[in-house]
Ligand binder design. Sequence first.
Ligand code: CTP
Length: 398
Amino acid sequence: MNELDGKNILIGVTGGIAAYKVVEVASRLKKLGANVRVIMTKAAAEFVAPRTFQETTGNAVSVEMFAGAVNFHVEHIALANFADVVLIAPATANFLAKAAHGIADDLLTTVVLATTAPMIVAPSMNTHMLEHPATQKNLEILASRGVQILDAATGWLACGINGKGRLPEPEDICAEIVKFFAPKILRGKKILVTAGGTMEPIDPVRFICNRSSGKMGYETARAAQISGAEVVLISANVSVAPPPNVRLVKVETALEMRDAVLAEYDSVDAVVMSAAVSDYRVKNVAAQKIKKDAESFTLELVKNPDILRELGARKTNQLLVGFAAETQNLIEYARAKLTEKNLDFIVANNVAQEGAGFAVDTNIVTLIHRDGAVENFPKMSKAALAEIIVQRVAEKLH
Ligand code: CTP
């Protein structure tokens, strides 16, 4: 089951250099299961050949209003009715101006007027054109009609300046489309997710860390955001890129994570504590690099606060989800943690099994709920597990 199975997506490509990036967008959407059709303006066809989109999507590409219908009798109406959502990428200043004022002088702008489908636009242009009051006003008009505007990225532009106006990366545009179709089971909820392994310094160049990659937490943050939640992701050391549209708070040590979590705690509806928090830290962190003079030396460690236990003790209305990484007596140890930390459910995994635990893309878990219910899951991707966690959180919050 792909996220976009059975969805009809109409992409309008207008005449900007970023048109070539939209080939990748079309390709990704198709791989996600969508039926993709593309309309190009004549200017867009100067940048990318229509055939490229045709081969990528497996569908004929429409450019001209009167070129003879490719598939349909009244083509602009048929295309308008086809779409579950219309994505305009890249959206030029000229397109935005026409769409804002109802001008329909080519196939794409005519379809935009004729469709009742929701529209997502990804403006991409020179910084000054984007910042021009006319363009800003047009974006305002479109937004006031419910058009979703994807924020342009900042970076090197084809016109040779460094500024705002880049088309967002294809992956990020597709994430927005997936989000558009996802059921918003966490709408109006604020979710705090912790992820990664804390780093406990020994001296200015060394630290104690663990094998956590942060994948489980980052996937959970992504799934919660896609489900409509406002997400705060408090992240220690990770090896993965953050998902779009979450508020990322970076920390290093367990003490920093504790402070960051407590600062958010009163305002959140649920906490998913997937971080691998170091249980101990170095008592006396050396101010200077430790030299290798001694044949052996001993590091004294002191206990870190148990963040989740503290959250459990201070809990008012928050839903608390913990993880239990064990190598033996999985259910027994996980149940004890559930009770001791006052959790609503715990995700228990035996990290000694192949395909579970740290630094792999899959997990094999058992969910243990406060009321005693136990759910066993087969090996699955961390992304799929994240969706299950988000579903359970949503069920319990409603
Ligand atoms: N946790 C925490 N603060 C700590 C240690 C753990 O908040 N100092 C959280 C983890 O994020 C996880 C849960 O508590 O959600 C259980 O973590 P785990 O390492 O499995 O267990 P511990 O409580 O540390 O117990 P032990 O190491 O003895 O198994």
